[in-house]
Design a protein around this ligand. Structure first.
Ligand code: FAD
Ligand code: MEZ
Length: 562
């Protein structure tokens, strides 16, 4: 046997993986259950011979078949972002042509001509946080819902979210004695966005942010830890206790909540067309299934929750040519499909050319070093070891400042106190990204930062006095005194696409005349307007929950009232 499928067929026929009559489900649900029924769960597969265990990855409940493709060459999904050198069974299998290459207009048209094979009330496109929130909300409002996801796993960019979700007026803030106001949240977001945001959308985000956290908690999330993100005047970024990454936790919570509520989630299903009726209202979509080809599914409401375009090189080169050679922190799923689908049927776009560079992506990698590492206490220095900006400024300013330094990269420097407070830093260590010294002098020597010792000693004085004489940083929770000391090399990279589909406050997509397109809704990173020219850390996940829910509820209402 030269591939996984023939190996199983020889062993126990095709039915060891597939059902009879031989049929592959689009989500490969049956096939994945079969893998686990013989091989056990991921925990049972943990292998201490491996330095990195792919079966306990932060991707959460990824499917077996996302990596071990039966008839095709296996692919280590982790290597979409990492460079793990890992042997996989049947690695010599010949690779087949990618199923999800260019959109085939002829097949799309044939599916439309054939007519719908299925009818539901609400179709949600994209299973990241916005999509899950929309689908669960629509289902809870009584609609028949299907959530289509093009990838072999759910989560999109959402499951990579690191720092947290912003909210004002939560019990968490109250417990910590943090005074905050809806108006302050609003003002911070507007200022961060260079006042180019849609004020009506920002008001809704601020007003409903606490409720978004409460809703996630009601679904089982833990968001008890609080930190400050760049551009925020107080601590309002919520994340799991111990400072674990927020994205995998939220997506896992949403996956379970969707399952408990019988939301129909279908993987390997790419939407390639939004179909309109003659009166321009939504008629449904054409879905291209990995195993089922092209079909039209009818629905009165469609919610676009396809995320941004941070991994679409052509779109970046077109809209933001200056960033075309930059690395990206994004998941490979962030291909801008929703923008293309909506544009094609006459939707209007807002701020489409605004792309955010995150200042601290691991240099020469795609791994984000969370902004909250600075929020918890790290300092940022140049290659000589000198600070050059208030570490808590907004991302656009921090990125610009790094690009003005020699060699266009910087170091984040922190000590053991920070590691104890921030679980995710252990992950960076695990990935071999940290330089370590038992003294600041040793760290300076290893990294070549000749002025680091003086910088650390000055910073410790500012921290003790509670006043940063050098750059006016107004929150310095930690000093640099507890060995070992750490440094990680960082450089700016594409992180968020602020622009996208134009929407109103009810998540209706707007056409070129700014009229709502009947039955078409959008939420999350696919939309534009909320964040203006620069998004603040923690506001995207808040966006996906607040507007995901609004989109889902309104999509259900529209379909059920029709
Ligand atoms: P996504 O989560 O990207 O989901 C979109 C989904 O749609 C994907 O699964 C995709 O495969 C699917 N899809 C796309 N096209 C199609 C199609 N044609 N058919 C079917 N499915 C399709 N924000 C914060 O607020 N706090 C943070 O701490 C934070 N950290 C971040 C860290 C990283 C590394 C990154 C990359 C982003 C971070 N962000 C953070 C930003 C935030 O995660 C995203 O903006 C947000 O999660 C986007 O959610 P979404 O649901 O709109 O899209
Ligand atoms: O909102 C974000 O993108 C964010 C908080 C990222 C991070 O640095 O953790």
């Amino acid at each position: 046997s030269d591939n996984l499928a023939s190996f199983h067929a020889e062993m126990d026929s095709c039915q060891s993986c597939h059902t009879k009559p031989l049929k592959v489900s689009d989500s490969e649900t049956h096939e994945n259950a079969q893998c686990k029924s013989c091989h056990g769960d991921y925990a049972e597969l943990a292998n201490d011979k491996l330095h990195f265990d792919p079966h306990t990855s932060h991707l959460g409940d990824i499917n077996c078949t996302s990596c071990h493709s039966g008839h095709d060459k296996p692919q280590l999904t982790c290597n979409n972002c990492h460079n793990f050198d890992m042997e996989m069974p049947f690695a010599e299998t010949k690779a087949k042509k990618k199923w999800d290459g260019a959109w085939d207009q002829e097949k799309i048209q044939k599916a439309i001509d054939k007519g719908p094979v299925e009818t539901v009330d609400v179709i949600v496109v994209g299973a990241g946080s916005a999509g899950f929130n929309a689908a669960i909300s629509a289902k809870m409002a009584g609609a028949k819902v299907v959530l289509f996801e093009k990838a072999a796993y759910t989560g999109g960019n959402s499951m990579l979210a690191a720092g947290g979700i912003n909210a004002v007026g939560t019990p968490q803030q109250k417990k910590k004695g943090i005074e905050d106001k809806v108006e302050w949240y609003y003002e911070d977001a507007m200022k961060g966005g260079r006042y180019q945001n849609d004020p009506k959308l920002v008001h809704i985000l601020a007003e409903q942010s606490a409720d978004a956290v409460k809703w996630l908690e009601s679904l089982g999330a833990n968001l008890n830890d609080l930190k400050r993100s760049g551009g925020a005047r107080v601590e309002r970024t919520h994340r799991p206790s111990g400072g674990a990454s927020v994205g995998p936790h939220i997506v896992d919570t949403l996956r379970k909540a969707a399952k408990e509520r019988d939301v129909d989630v279908r993987l390997n299903s790419r939407i390639e067309k939004i179909v309109l009726n003659d009166d321009k209202s939504v008629a449904g979509v054409v879905v291209h299934g990995r195993h089922s080809g092209y079909n039209m599914v009818a629905a009165d409401s469609v919610v676009l929750a396809t995320g941004g375009y941070g991994m679409n090189k052509e779109m970046i080169a077109y809209y933001r040519p200056t960033m075309k050679d930059m690395t990206s922190s994004n998941n490979v799923t962030a291909t801008g499909d929703g923008i293309l689908l909506a544009k094609e049927i006459g939707a209007s776009m807002t701020d489409i050319d605004w792309v955010q560079a995150h200042p601290t992506i691991g240099k020469d990698s795609r791994i984000l070093i969370s902004e909250t590492v600075r929020g918890v206490g790290a300092i940022m220095v140049n290659t000589d070891g000198e600070r050059f900006i208030d570490e808590l400024t907004t991302r656009d300013r921090a990125s610009d400042a790094i690009l003005k330094q020699k060699d266009q990269y910087a170091w984040l420097v922190f000590d053991e106190q920070l590691v104890a407070k921030k679980k995710m830093v252990r992950g960076y260590d695990h990935l071999g990204m940290l330089s370590k010294g038992n003294t600041i002098e040793e760290l300076a020597k290893i990294t070549g930062m000749s002025k680091l010792s003086k910088t650390a000693s000055d910073y410790n004085k500012y921290q003790a006095a509670g006043k940063d004489d050098a750059f006016g940083r107004d929150d310095m929770p930690l000093n640099l005194t507890k060995p070992p000391f750490y440094a990680v090399k960082v450089a700016p990279g594409i992180h968020h696409t602020m622009g996208g589909v134009a929407v109103d406050t009810d998540a209706n997509v707007l056409n070129l005349q700014s009229w709502k397109m009947s039955g078409l809704f959008a939420a999350g990173e696919v939309t534009g307007g909320l964040h203006g020219f620069n998004r603040l850390g923690g506001n995207a996940i808040a966006d996906t929950v607040v507007f995901g829910r609004i989109a889902g509820e309104n999509a259900a209402k529209h379909a059920l009232e029709k």
